[in-house]
Design a protein around this ligand. Sequence first.
Ligand code: 5GP
Ligand code: ZN
Length: 138
Amino acid sequence: MSLEKDCIFCKIIRGEIPCNKILEDKEFLAFLDIKPINKGHTLIIPKVHCKNLLDFPKAEETDFIEFTKKVATAIVKATGADGFNLGMNNGKAAGQVVHHAHLHIIPRFDHDGLVSWPHKEYSEGEMQELQKKILGFL
Ligand code: 5GP
Ligand code: ZN
């Protein structure tokens, strides 16, 4: 298991910083976010240190979804949520503050007052041009 000395989530994995644990197995740990967007907001982290989705260990991807579904089901039941957001900030520009890959499970309630991101418009032809550019990297 590879952990980083100064990473706050690696410290939680090592038990050097306490957390309110929800579920743990050999690959992942789920615990309550200390500053929840809504109460019950939970983080899921791999036990191997990686920065974000792009260097997430391939062998653990499928298990990660299964683990997440199990935790999300319990959170929805326990909080009586009407839905939940699954979120992952990848990189500083995307709002990632802790650079150990993690998924946010945020319970949502009808009329909880949280607003979604604003949407933008493409100019004429811009969408097709960007689509082609992205396809060139696949
Ligand atoms: P990010 O912005 O990197 O996607 O999210 C990091 C999350 O980790 C934040 O929601 C923050 O509240 C949470 N967090 C940061 N430090 C700790 C901690 O020591 N314990 C717990 N439980 N959550 C933390
Ligand atoms: Zn780490």
